[in-house]
Design a protein around this ligand. Structure first.
Ligand SMILES: Cc1cc2nc3c(=O)[nH]c(=O)nc-3n(C[C@H](O)[C@H](O)[C@H](O)COP(=O)(O)O)c2cc1C
Length: 192
């Protein structure tokens, strides 16, 4: 066998190995994609003045999950000062308001995004009610919140404390309604 033959065989062999690796890598990517889409997700949120609702809807558009709005039977006062005062008292007494409706099929979901405005450095009481009323043991919880300038404060750590038997992922924080599309997408990628 002369040198040219050996070289040609080597090139053909390398090409076969390279193509094989590429096909296997693509199969891995496809399997991962299939696994992700097998996971059913739900976006649950409470919103008093609309910021968290807007963020929840953007997350829903990107994840194609189902969406559920938490609502209290007793509406909160429309006056900002009054709701701030009421929420302060509710936090102090660890009050959990009664909710209008339930997610009937919570067991169908593997991943639950939970959104809340920051109220007095933590989640809104209605979100506490939702978490305590629903069994989310073993599920992946992905929190998000909107705030008025003070950041997430204890919101995510308090959510994680209420869900010791769930996997609570990194939360997304936005100042009021200012989240950029890019930041939402990057965060969603990071919590996959
Ligand atoms: C009762 C109450 C308490 C709040 N407490 C905080 C707070 O502790 N820190 C903060 O940064 N913003 C606080 N805010 C501002 C809200 O977190 C912010 O406006 C949020 O984006 C509202 O979300 P929403 O429009 O979905 O209700 C509070 C607002 C209300 C009504």
């Amino acid at each position: 066998m002369n040198f040219k033959w050996v070289l040609s065989l080597l090139i053909i062999f390398s090409a076969i190995v390279l193509i094989g690796c590429k096909v296997m890598a693509q199969q891995g990517v496809n399997e991962e994609k299939a696994n992700m889409s097998d996971k059913k997700s739900l976006i649950v949120y409470y919103s008093y003045s609309g910021n968290t609702e807007a963020l929840a809807k953007r997350i829903q558009l990107k994840t194609k999950g189902d969406i559920f709005k938490i609502e209290t039977i007793e509406p909160y006062p429309t006056s900002y000062n009054e709701v701030v005062e009421q929420a302060k008292k509710e936090k102090a007494s660890d009050f959990r308001p009664k909710l209008k409706s339930k997610v009937e099929n919570i067991n169908d979901y593997d991943v639950i995004y939970i959104g809340t405005p920051v109220w007095w450095y933590t989640m809104a009481p209605a979100v506490k009610s939702f978490i305590t009323e629903n069994d989310m043991k073993g599920k992946t919880i992905i929190p998000f919140c909107t705030h008025g300038g003070g950041g997430a404060s204890s919101t995510f750590t308090d959510i994680a404390k209420l869900l010791p038997e769930s996997t609570v992922k990194k939360g997304f924080v936005a100042y009021e309604n200012t989240a950029s599309d890019n930041d939402i997408t990057e965060w969603l990628e990071s919590v996959k």
